[in-house]
Write a protein that binds this ligand. Structure first.
Ligand SMILES: [Zn+2]
Length: 326
């Protein structure tokens, strides 16, 4: 086979691979829409992809982001490679940031136009285009990367007032090392927040008292939902909430035996099974999500799944390395 024959065959393989990727993205979009991952015992679509289907964090992140724009991309353009996982992810990330900044949803039409502008563009060209489209978008993004077993690197933007506090603490502690200051600060804050918890009195009060809530969540540490079919336990540490096994509306009490710790997704799922999805959807749009409680023991810091890119660093960007361990 000569070089041209080889190249044609390879092009065929690439196309097949793009078709397969497209199919996977369609599946992810459907799973997210139907919330199948909740039934299967996962706290998020990411958990489902990472734990069940063994994607890496960044691979899962890219696929979820890209799947959210998939409806705006004709399949042919994807399989031909005019747009790809990376460029779609870039667009979706920018759109999210812009929506957050303006507090308004971007129209499907505007998104479609944006997607058409990045056709046949490389990732670098797409980044440039997006920077022009959204000049006011902040580049602020926390990244927390594991360097090795003992060290992680945190990059974050500090407002001026926080920077001033950091500098003052450095002075007071006699160190130039930001990680040392943070460690001292974290230790002090944890000592303050992690007051000794004993099982609080069960109560007949209307809502679950704050202390009891904290006790339930710190006792469970993770979401207690278990898929009855596969025995998959969610174990999510995000947005943990206290759930009544028998709902209050059905005569359930605030007794410890009737309380459990669920993530927001599974709290909603449990309610849906009792009250129906349609009924619960009215809550989803009208009410803001319940305030999540942080678990201080055993929770891991959220690691951004975004692949790292070089970003301009302002004077208040703090990069922690070497001796800082999380
Ligand atoms: Zn859960």
């Amino acid at each position: 086979m000569d070089a041209y024959g080889f190249d044609a065959e390879f092009a065929h393989d690439v196309r097949r691979s793009n078709e397969a990727t497209h199919k996977v993205l369609v599946g992810i979009a459907a799973c997210e829409k139907e919330r199948h991952f909740v039934v299967l015992g996962f706290g998020s679509i990411y958990d489902w992809l990472i734990k069940r289907h063994k994607f890496s964090e960044s691979a899962a992140h890219r696929r979820v982001q890209a799947s959210r724009l998939l409806a705006l991309v004709p399949e042919e353009k994807f399989t031909r490679g005019d747009v790809n996982l990376t460029t779609l992810t870039q667009v979706e990330t920018s759109v999210r940031k812009e929506e957050k900044r303006t507090g308004q949803r971007m129209s499907q039409e505007a998104k479609r136009e944006l997607v058409s502008k990045i056709e046949r563009k490389t990732s670098a060209q797409t980044e440039q285009l997006l920077a022009t489209e959204f000049p006011e978008a902040k580049t602020s993004k926390d990244t927390l990367r594991t360097l090795n077993e003992d060290h992680s690197r945190l990059t974050t933007d500090l407002p001026a007032k926080t920077r001033a506090k950091l500098e003052r603490l450095k002075e007071l502690l006699g160190t130039q090392n930001s990680a040392e200051v943070l460690d001292e600060a974290f230790t002090a804050l944890l000592a303050k927040l992690e007051t000794k918890e004993t099982a609080p009195r069960e109560t007949a009060a209307k809502s679950v008292p704050k202390k009891l809530r904290r006790y339930i969540i710190q006792r469970a540490k993770t979401c207690e939902y278990v898929d009855p079919v596969t025995q998959q336990r969610c174990n999510s540490t995000h947005n943990l909430q206290v759930d009544h096994v028998i709902p209050k509306a059905k005569g359930g009490t605030n007794q410890l035996s009737n309380l459990r710790c669920l993530c927001r997704q599974h709290n909603m799922h449990a309610a849906e099974r009792i009250f129906g999805r349609e009924h619960m959807n009215t809550f989803r749009t009208v009410r803001s999500p319940a305030k999540p409680y942080r678990v201080l023991h055993g929770s891991r810091p959220k690691v951004s799944g975004v692949e790292k890119s070089v970003e301009p660093r302002g004077p208040n960007t703090l990069i922690l390395g070497s001796s800082f361990t999380i």
